[in-house]
Design a protein around this ligand. Structure first.
Ligand code: ZN
Length: 120
């Protein structure tokens, strides 16, 4: 499933709450439930208008981020149940790679395999 893009945070949160029930804010370990997050989104949308190229981003796990330029993503609310990593950009192609040590799928570009820890 591709990333979903929204012009405002309320719409992004509305969709994300169908995917996840609890988030952690990315930089201060505070936790959000759907009601708390929706209150924050409503206040946010009254205060902040994104640039023309900007959008809010929801991942298939329910992670919520913001992109100011339509390319790079700043992830803001991370599902507490998230496994794996989130893409850094909206258009990052999902490259299918396999670990040469254990054969596991390696979904995101990195230096080490997420399964066995082997260098890639
Ligand atoms: Zn491996």
């Amino acid at each position: 499933m591709p990333l979903m893009l929204y012009p405002n945070l309320v719409d992004a949160v509305t969709y994300a709450t169908t995917l996840c029930e609890r988030w952690e804010f990315y930089n201060d370990r505070s936790f959000y439930d759907p009601l708390y997050l929706m209150d924050l989104a409503k206040a946010n949308d009254q205060e902040f208008i994104l640039d023309e190229d900007g959008s809010y981003v929801v991942s298939e796990e329910g992670a919520i981020g913001q992109s100011d330029d339509g390319e790079e993503i700043q992830w803001l609310f991370i599902p507490v149940t998230l496994q794996g990593t989130l893409p850094n950009t909206i258009h990052e192609p999902e490259v299918k790679r396999f670990c040469t040590h254990c054969g596991a799928d390696v979904l995101s570009p990195g230096k080490f395999c997420g399964q066995c820890g082997g260098a890639l």
